[in-house]
Design a protein. Structure first.
Length: 262
C-alpha cells in the first residue's frame, strides 16, 4: 500500500516500517497483509522493536501487543503462541531461530554493531537460560541483507572484529575498485603522495552473513540446520529495500517468526 518509495504509476510497495516518508495508515495496512500471508489471519499481532544497533534482548508476551510504543532492543524471544516476533531491516541481517521441541522462537537484528557485540550468540544463550533450549534442537534462518559483494567498510571495523573473534580475518576480503572512469582515465587519479599513502587502493568488504553463521555455530547450532535465504539488498533493489543503495531513502522489510496456536 506504500507509495513513498516507488515511481509514479508503479505498483505500491510493501514498506513495513514506520518511516518518516510513509504514512502510518499505509504501513499498518502492509503489516496486516504480511500477517495474513504468513498466518492466514491478518489480525495476528506483530511484536516489533525500536532497534538501535545494540545486543539488548527482550522476552515478549501478550503485554507487548498492548504497548503504545515497542520496547527498545535488537533481539526478541518468545514462547507465546499466536504472536509474530519481528525484525526490520534495509541492509542489516535478520536472523530467526526456533526451538521446535520447546516451542520457543527468537528474532535478531544483526548489523555490524550488533554482530560485533555477539547479539546472536548471546540470544541463543538467553534461549537456553530462560527456556531450557538445547542448541541441537534449534533451527535458524539468516535473511537477506547487504552481502560481502557490496558491504564496504573501513579499517576500524576490522580492528573491532579482531578484538572479539579469533576468525575475524576470515570475514573480510579486499576488493579492488572497478570504477570504469578510473579504468579508462587512470591519469586523473594519480597522486603525488608517497607509495602506500594514497587513498586509492582496495576496499575492505565484510561478510555479515558468515559472521552471524559463525555465531550460531559457536552457540552450538548444527550447520545442517542453518539456512540462508534471499540475497543482496544492495544488488537487488527491485526486490529489497536498501538503505545504502537508496542513500537513506528506503522503506523497511520485516522478518517474522512465531509459535502456532494449538
Amino acid at each position: 500500500m506504500s507509495r513513498a518509495y516507488c515511481a509514479e504509476g508503479a505498483p505500491g510497495e510493501l514498506n513495513l516500517g514506520f518511516t518518516a516518508a510513509d504514512t502510518r495508515e499505509a504501513v499498518e495496512q502492509n503489516r496486516r497483509l504480511l500477517a495474513g500471508a504468513v498466518t492466514g489471519n491478518s489480525a495476528t499481532p506483530i511484536v516489533s522493536l525500536r532497534q538501535f544497533h545494540s545486543n539488548l534482548l527482550v522476552i515478549a508476551d501478550k503485554a507487548d501487543v498492548k504497548r503504545e510504543r515497542p520496547r527498545k532492543a535488537d533481539g526478541v524471544i518468545s514462547s507465546v503462541p499466536g504472536l509474530l516476533m519481528a525484525i526490520q531491516t534495509a541492509d542489516c541481517i535478520p536472523v530467526l531461530v526456533a526451538d521446535r521441541r520447546q516451542k520457543v522462537v527468537a528474532a535478531f537484528h544483526a548489523g555490524w554493531r550488533g554482530t560485533v557485540k555477539r547479539i546472536v550468540e548471546l540470544g541463543v544463550g538467553r534461549m537456553r537460560l530462560e527456556f531450557g533450549c538445547k542448541p541441537e534442537d534449534l533451527v535458524a534462518a539468516i535473511g537477506p541483507g547487504a552481502t560481502q559483494c557490496c558491504y564496504a567498510v573501513g579499517e576500524e571495523l576490522l580492528s573491532e572484529f579482531e578484538s572479539q573473534f579469533s576468525y575475524a580475518r576470515e570475514l573480510f576480503r579486499e576488493v579492488f575498485d572497478s570504477d570504469p572512469v578510473r579504468t579508462k582515465y587512470p591519469m586523473l587519479f594519480l597522486t603525488q603522495r608517497a607509495p602506500g599513502h594514497s587513498p586509492i587502493g582496495p576496499q575492505l568488504h565484510l561478510d555479515l552473513i558468515e559472521a552471524n553463521r559463525r555465531q550460531l555455530l559457536d552457540a552450538g547450532v548444527r550447520p545442517s540446520t542453518i539456512s540462508t535465504t534471499g540475497g543482496c539488498t544492495n544488488c537487488h533493489t527491485d526486490m529489497f529495500f536498501s538503505h545504502r543503495a537508496s542513500r537513506g531513502h528506503a522503506g523497511r522489510m520485516m522478518s517474522v517468526i512465531g509459535v502456532k496456536k494449538a
